[in-house]
Design a protein around this ligand. Structure first.
Ligand code: UN1
Length: 521
């Protein structure tokens, strides 16, 4: 439990639903403190006038303080029995479960996803904490025979030490939980920099862990701009960095980490395809493509952003999808009847609108564009809402520079359209038609990313063929491309990921290293 508080923050999980804006604090060395940096206001993207939380940001010098605090407690935490470390996570999970409705509301207000998704995410974070809370009961290392008499060889695990965690806005509590929980349970101490657009939910997770009895300095929370992440990776005292976010920032941090010999784990972009074949249950496929593409306004790295449909069912499938989209309500995400809220900020929405315009200028056909929601109470301020949009690309689109282009059937020609290539992180689905299963798989592979894919078919042989044909980290057969369970590996192939995968036993590969012990009596 933290001590040395220099503000009114008592380290307990505050009661959400209290008057807005909630005051923000950083957690450094066990003290909840105001930052010395610029003021920060976290606004409700559905109601630009509503400030959800406010405070002051950390400055680069705080990174140094936080890393020192994490270093000071690293040895003691590493030697704390893993079951005791897990017990802290279990208590934090219970605290989140108890307040799931209130925290879910705060999440919807701060990030813009629906109340149901927000509450579900809080419960998911608790589930992740519980999974890692049980790590002490699982296999801790390996035991090999020795070629020499009287000797055994053990492979044991050690924590890295002080790890940096940099997390994105789109899962403000679940992604931090799935990095911080394994980091802590394997005996690391943590300096965490969340996206500055979702500081309230970050503070809530840190409060739950702090209130559950983490020793001072074991988890440090720095709220502030991206420059803090760069300062973190440049800290000489840092022993590892786990990042989820944009490809550009991820590659920059990976380069910095590599130049310092610091292990790096990166979960970056996705341009995930849903492939609907002629033998699919089209109604099920339409439901799942809708969820994959438009839940959370498409702001998931696992979102379905490309749709590949077999020629013979393409029009029928589009009609089914469009009918569902017609019943899809946009609006204030805290209204339980709403299916889709705004993007995280008006600026993010502007970027997606510009990309749609670029895609159209490049020849994309608008197959569907939902109605824009009525102007919110933000007056003339730019809206954070973007309606669900389906763009058919292909025939008329500029063709990318691809060596194999000349050898492929026409429909398989790599497509250079912005909506097909770039991760837009919004409710935009780029569609192409395929003349055969082989073409459909080739189109799915026409991306530098390889995070997830969804295949809709009734054919088991086709599904098995997809396992070999698609270079992705996650393959869904007859379900949407998003989603992840805490006990199995999560991460991408190709340029979607870097370093060991996340979650389940895979997380151990990043957050620990091995010691091989040659043991003679
Ligand atoms: C999910 O699909 O439920 O940033 C999780 C992201 C991913 C997490 C996806 N790292 O969207």
């Amino acid at each position: 439990m933290s001590a040395g508080t220099d503000t009114a923050h008592d380290g307990a999980l505050a009661t959400p639903g209290a008057a807005l804006p909630v005051p923000l604090r950083l957690l450094i060395g066990g003290a909840w403190v105001a930052g010395d940096g610029a003021p920060l206001a976290s606004r409700n993207p559905a109601r630009p006038d509503e400030v959800v939380a406010e405070g002051t940001q950390a400055v680069p010098a705080d990174v140094d303080r936080a890393v020192r605090a994490a270093r000071a407690t690293a040895r003691e935490w590493a030697r704390t029995p893993i079951h005791a470390r897990g017990a802290v996570l279990a208590r934090a999970a219970a605290a989140l479960e108890e307040r799931a409705d209130q925290l879910g509301l705060e999440l919807a207000r701060e990030e813009g996803k629906t109340l149901a998704e927000g509450t579900g995410e809080v419960l998911r974070a608790a589930q992740i904490l519980r999974y890692y809370a049980g790590e002490g009961d699982r296999v801790a290392g390996e035991h090999f025979a020795s070629p020499r008499r009287g000797e055994r060889i053990l492979v044991t695990r050690r924590p890295l030490g002080v790890v940096g965690i940099v997390t994105p806005f789109n899962f403000p509590i679940a992604i931090p939980a799935w990095k911080i929980a394994p980091a802590l349970v394997y005996g690391n101490t943590v300096v965490w920099k969340p996206a500055s657009t979702v500081p309230l939910l970050a503070m809530r997770l840190a409060e739950a862990l702090d209130g559950a009895g983490l020793p001072a300095g074991t988890l440090n929370l720095l709220i502030g701009p991206g420059a803090l992440g760069t300062a973190l990776v440049r800290q000489p005292g840092l022993d590892g960095l786990s990042f989820t976010g944009s490809t550009g920032v991820g590659r920059m941090l990976a380069g910095e980490a590599a130049s310092r010999g610091v292990p790096f784990q990166g979960e970056m972009g996705g341009k995930n395809a849903a492939i609907v074949l002629a033998d699919a249950d089209l109604d099920l496929a339409a439901e799942q493509v809708l969820f994959g593409a438009f839940r959370s306004s498409g702001q998931k790295c696992t979102a379905t952003s490309r749709l590949i449909v077999a020629d013979e069912v393409a029009d029928e499938f589009l009609a089914l999808l469009t009918a569902r989209l017609d019943a899809w309500r946009l609006g204030d995400p805290t209204d339980p009847s709403v299916h889709m809220g705004p993007l995280v900020t008006p600026a993010a929405a502007e970027g997606v609108r510009a990309a749609i315009a670029a895609a159209e200028a490049e020849g994309a056909r608008v197959a569907y564009c939902g109605p824009s929601p009525a102007a919110s109470d933000g007056g003339d301020a730019p809206s954070a809402f973007v309606p669900p949009t389906v763009l058919e690309v292909g025939a008329g689109s500029p063709v990318g520079d691809h060596a194999a282009a000349g050898e492929r059937p026409a429909s398989c020609v790599p497509c250079g359209n912005t909506a097909w290539r770039e991760e837009l992180f919004g409710p935009v689905l780029a569609m192409r038609r395929a003349a055969s299963t082989e073409e459909a798989f080739a189109l799915a592979e026409d991306s530098e990313f390889g995070l997830s894919a969804a295949l809709f078919t009734r054919g088991i042989a086709t599904a098995l063929e997809a396992v070999d044909a698609l270079d992705v980290g996650i393959l869904h057969v007859n379900s949407e491309s998003a989603g992840a369970d805490p006990h199995v590996p999560f991460g991408g192939a190709k340029k979607s990921g870097y370093g060991p995968k996340e979650q389940g036993a895979a997380a151990r590969e990043f957050f620990t290293h091995t010691t091989t012990v040659y043991l003679r009596g």
